[in-house]
Write a protein that binds this ligand. Structure first.
Ligand SMILES: *Cc1c(COP(=O)(O)O)cnc(C)c1O
Length: 511
């Protein structure tokens, strides 16, 4: 065994890993990276087909990111955000606010409330204008949750004085299968049963509502087909109806939901579950109409991952070549939804350093203003809040993302990914292929004609990924869903290798 692998097995405890399995075989020790390539201690090369768990946007060892970090290193690496401001964090906050408000055509045009000016006005959200930094996706959600909780209590406090109404505990609604991180607050917002069982008495209760999982939707009347289930589904938007029911029931109970938490356009760790066109607009509009705060978790979807548009063809690419665009970096900006909280992490620094941010609005910020002795302060912070190295990497990454070359590169890659993924329909073990921009989930099934799933104990996803690793392509499954999330620098040939390894591995497995 390689001495580094030996050290790892002696001392390191890995996340979300059954360590007994881990100790059974020599781990891959990554020592270098270049573009979409990773290299291990034995000199073997692998393609990084999930961008190092969804973080590494521009590939590894990127000259621009390296240079930005080196420039900052020569000045200072870290100073505290407690009592001090710093250069890169201030600049980054401005850039994040600009990017988050760079919206597409307003969703309002399709509003169900367009003929009711009063209802519409209540739905008009304030823009995102303030940035709270932290270290990772879980803390970004934790911050949003605590802010939303306090904001709601304070608003209700005012109401109590006016209306003498009972002050109810703020409640939150999230989607089935939701994953929002691993700190206790973030776990509480999530709805993965396994994690809730493990921490039963530590987590607090949040409600869940049907997610639009078209492929396995009980309301989808369509027979299985060799297409993304969103394209051939037959339903009456029962999932949106469920959301309306939840909100109206909670309102009747006298305690309307304080917040609606969601991953926009695609749920990641839930199994790469994409939302059919129009779902996000309808769901968020319902939430707003009941006065709930919108908490958008863009930890996975942020920074260009979900693409510019649903469909990319030669015409779209030609348009962008003629008229440069800045790129819509968030799923919410793409969908024209303005949340009250926008949580980002994973790709914020291009996957170089651990950093996260929670963006919110002026009204939320204002609710925490007061005299010192009123103690309205937001009591939350981390040692590395606003880290200078992280912020300078994030600035360089944002710069890169907004160049026309980068937008074009992403559009081309998205188009090619679609073509490549289409070739997988010939495999009988492929039940659904779900692509949104530059992320794809390929759901493996026992029988595509009946959608019969593999038992998790059969480890179908894990086996296919092991086969891919043997073919020099690294990714991880979510249950029986294989995830492809190539770094944006991936070349056409590399993308073909990634999908090819998946195809060959499925073929080679004993089913
Ligand atoms: C990864 C992830 C998180 C948690 O982020 P960490 O940095 O791992 O704490 C939260 N939400 C979503 C959608 C994620 O994909």
């Amino acid at each position: 065994m390689h001495p580094l692998a030996q050290l790892d097995q002696t001392y390191v405890w890995h996340p979300f890993t059954q360590m007994r399995d881990w100790l059974r075989r020599e781990p891959i020790v990554i020592t270098r990276g270049q573009g979409a390539w990773l290299r291990d201690a034995r000199g073997r090369a692998y393609l990084d087909a999930n961008a190092s768990i969804w973080t590494n946007l521009h590939g590894h060892h990127h000259p621009k990111l390296n240079a930005a970090i080196q420039r900052q290193l020569k000045k200072i690496s870290h100073s505290s955000a407690l009592g001090l401001a710093n250069e890169p964090a201030s600049l980054l906050a401005e850039q994040l606010v600009k990017a988050a408000n760079h919206c597409g055509p307003a969703a309002a045009r399709h509003s169900r409330f367009k003929h009711q000016p009063r209802a519409r006005a209540a739905l008009d959200p304030a823009p995102l204008s303030k940035v709270f930094f932290s270290d990772n996706g879980s803390t970004a959600l934790e911050v949003a949750l605590k802010l939303a909780y306090q904001f709601t209590l304070r608003n209700r406090g005012k109401m109590t004085q006016k209306n003498k109404r009972r002050r109810a505990e703020p409640k939150f609604l999230a989607l089935d299968g939701a994953y929002h991180g691993d700190t206790i607050g973030a776990v509480s917002l999530g709805h993965i049963d396994l994690f809730h069982q493990a921490y039963r008495s530590l987590v607090f209760k949040t409600d869940q509502v049907m997610a639009p999982y078209c492929y396995r939707c009980p309301f989808n009347q369509a027979k299985p087909d060799r297409l993304d289930a969103r394209k051939y589904r037959q339903c009456h938007w029962e999932c949106v109806g469920r959301i309306e029911q939840k909100f109206s029931r909670q309102k009747r109970l006298g305690n309307p939901y304080a917040g609606f938490v969601f991953e926009p356009l695609m749920q990641g760790a839930a199994g790469m579950i994409p939302q059919p066109g129009g779902w996000l607009g309808q769901a968020t509009e319902i939430a707003r109409s009941y006065g709930a705060l919108l908490i958008a978790d863009e930890v996975m979807t942020g920074f260009g991952r979900t693409g510019e548009t649903c469909h990319v063809d030669a015409r779209v690419i030609a348009e962008v070549m003629k008229h440069p665009i800045r790129g819509k970096l968030f799923a919410t900006t793409r969908a024209g939804v303005v949340p009250d909280f926008l949580c980002v992490a994973k790709g914020l620094t291009g996957g170089y350093l651990p950093m996260a941010a929670t963006l919110t609005t002026q009204p939320v910020f204002d609710a925490f203003l007061g005299e010192y002795e009123e103690f309205k302060t937001f009591f939350h912070g981390h040692s590395f809040t606003g880290n200078q190295l992280g912020a300078s990497a994030a600035l360089a990454s944002l710069d890169l993302l907004q160049t026309q070359a980068s937008v074009l590169q992403r559009l081309r890659l998205q188009k090619l990914l679609r073509t490549e993924l289409d070739s997988l329909w010939s495999l009988p073990q492929v039940g659904d292929i779900r692509q949104v921009g530059l992320v794809a989930g390929i759901e493996l099934v026992k029988n595509w004609r009946t959608r019969a799933p593999f038992d998790l104990r059969e480890r179908a996803g894990i086996r296919v990924c092991e086969g891919m690793a043997q073919r020099g392509v690294l990714t991880r499954p979510v249950g029986n869903v294989i995830v492809l999330m190539p770094p944006y620098c991936t070349t056409p040939a590399q993308l073909q290798t990634m999908v090819g390894a998946l195809r060959e591995s499925v073929r080679a497995c004993q089913w």
